[in-house]
Design a protein. Sequence first.
Length: 413
Amino acid sequence: MALEIRPYREEETEAFFRVPAIVFGNYTGQPHDPARSAGMVPDWSLCAFEDGELATAYGAFPLGMRLNGAKVSVAGVSFVGTLPQFRRRGHLRKIMEADLKRRYEERREPLAILLASMAAIYQRYGYAVVSSAVRYVIDPRYINFAPSLPKATGTWREGSKDELPMLMDMYRAFSGPRNGYLHRGHVMWEQQQLGIGGDPGGGPPFGPSIISIYEERGEPKGYALWAAKWFPTFDDGAGPGQRVWVRDLIWQTPSAYRAAWDLFRTFDLAVRVIMDNMPVDDPAPHLMLDPRELNATHRDWLLGRIIDVERALPLRPYGAEGRVIFELRDEMCPWNAGRWALDAAPEGSKLTRTKESPQLTLDVSGLVQLLFGQVSPTDAVRCGRAEAAPDAPLPLWDAIWRTEYAPASSNMF
């Protein structure tokens, strides 16, 4: 067997996209539709060729993301899969090792993120779950607020695709201080939020989004992008009827958030309103008159991996001032392994090599969860993701690693 690891070439485009189509059950036998490539190009790929045949596909988009309010560059891994006849031969591991090494040596993105069809695959390579997503499935008749909450005073109007720049501005203002939200390119907006050309973002093919814009005194304060469709059967137990799929919900004031739910309450022909990928700190459970009617379910969402710990940790703001001496294990990226001193503060931080005795010992997969704020140091120690020295100042570390918002991401990529 001759194995070659390299990017695919232009003349191999059909072979590249055929692999994930087969792996994820989307193969139609028709020529590849460029509109479904989400902008993936050969330079962003790294594939395994066995005896000249493309066996394993792998790509990574250069993306921007908010990490506790700071802008960071990340590699968004996607289009990963191995054809059945080439599996169990370690092709993906070889690709992953090569990609992480080249990104470190060329000082590319210090972090990688992905959305996994099976999280177990990637946790073998130092990835860990760094955000969770909440799904609401509610009968609009049960959208009612606690009586003490003030009513929204603004109005809704239907917007158009021509107002995309305004939607983008509102999204940037909303996501700016948050944690895990991606900087959206036009491809993301069109295919996922606006639903043009189907909905690769995971929802049923409802068609293009309806753009609803909420205004107070003529000023836009939020928007909802949604689509509705009648289904004879659906997996939510409600029987035949209309489902409203909320693709994107952005608010700038508490009243705008309440107004969005008031809007969905008016969908008298719908049996369910569905919201995917809501953050775990979303306000709805604290506001609803009967929050169990949200039928909220939690699942793992974004996975992350630290490629270059020395560059990654100083990127984000920290919640308090303090020093953490830790020993890091990382078999796949040995340049990350060893003892480090993190001197953290809200206004800036630095990470340096040290010979001091570690107060915290953990694997790179545990560290990335601290970096995103998915777990606190105390929780990491309690659940076995980290080991702490007897005199470890865990309350201080919890304050250092705290994020302003829970990690979340409303996009596929």
